[in-house]
Design a protein around this ligand. Sequence first.
Ligand code: GDP
Length: 473
Amino acid sequence: MSTGDGESGGTGRSPRASRPGMPDRPLGRERHAPRGSTVAQGQPVVAVVGYPNVGKSTLFNRLTGRREAVVDAKPGATRDRRQGGAEWNGVAFQVLDTGGIDDADESTMAKDISAQAVRAIEDADLILFVVDAAVGATPGDLEVAERLRRSHRPVIVVANKCDNDEAEMRAQDLWGLGLGEVATVSALHGRNIGDFLDLLVESLPEVAPPDDSIARLPAFCIMGRPNVGKSSILNALLGEERMIVQDIPGTTRDPVDTIIEWDGREIVLIDTAGLRRRGRMRERVEVYSQQRALESAARSDVAIVVADATEGITEADLGACDQAAQNHCATLLVLNKWDLAQPDLTDLAGRVRRKSRQHPPIVACSAVTGEGIDRIIPQAMALYEKSCTRLSTHALNEALRELAAERPGPRKGKRRLSMRFLVQTGVAPPVFRLEVNDRSLMTRDYGFWLENRLRDRFDLAGVPVDIEVRSRR
Ligand code: GDP
């Protein structure tokens, strides 16, 4: 097939592929379903492209189950870009019918259609390049194939009008287009459509499913060394507990998570039980605090890591930030006890940037005077919002091209890593899939560099950027 499995050999919905230097996501985090995306309701987009009259509209109708569109035998009868939902074996996707590509034709319509097709190439997660098997590859098809190869998008060549075995056999020549898998179908008669849909669904990138049913609340946890002021900050945030909406019981009689309301929005503070206890009870809990903090991070979207301004930002504080990052949390560093010491924030930010993976933003505050406390939740919320953004495939691939030009992929012997395609496959935290020629050429160093450059470019400081690398034949 023309898309991504490479050596992983599974379907597009298999567990996560490799991310340089990152352990797999702990199961605890799955308490929350991922948030729905803003693009096509989180569904992958499949674009149908090809010359006029090869059967794109019939295929579109076959995929989306539409019957009403009249398919004219005249070339170019389908001019408009149409979009429709489709589903196979429980996997939903969006189909874009683009009109067609006809660079050879100078007429306005052909240009118009051509522009639409180019846009579809930019927007699509998978391209179906439809060719008339009865005619074979025309010179125009070869040009389109060249354009598709350059786009580095996953492509399936759909040899349409394969109404019989003989046409199917002739269609095998289309492997010569060099685009990968050739599916032989008859869109009109439905021949081989099941096999084709199996292939299509396998070739789709993983996209986070929409999540309309679960009222998903942003989840934050508070981490940090003993005595930095975690519990004081929590108490300052909770005030006289006016904001507490609900305590969610854990396995013991104590509350574990707490839902609070902030600025009209509900937020879950994960595992606040330990922090809300006082005195001897608190000490007993503190024994387990390290383990507990990690479990909390695993269930949170944002980790609020507290440090003590009188000590600056220590190695242990940076370690806590990295632990949060490893648990796929966005991270906010809170420098507490600002009433006692005011170290230079610019210096500290520089150190954090050099020494931590995610470059978390810093908020200074004092749990005693209350200064800066009101900025903590809005800043954490801003990080959460960022980790929910979905970047367009177009913007990602533009960035990828520029980054590859700035620093070519690492080389092993005569072979060099070549990056083909980058697509976002998940939100909160953002997960990306990078297709390369051979993922064994990827180095840890280059992976980190890429991650940091994407973080800078898309304003994702403090947010995890998880990149799955896959080989593409
Ligand atoms: P935790 O172990 O991180 O939860 O820390 P605590 O909240 O128990 O605080 C540890 C000590 O630091 C307590 O004596 C607090 O009163 C004190 N403390 C916490 N925040 C501040 C602050 O902003 N300013 C000052 N001066 N003391 C603080």
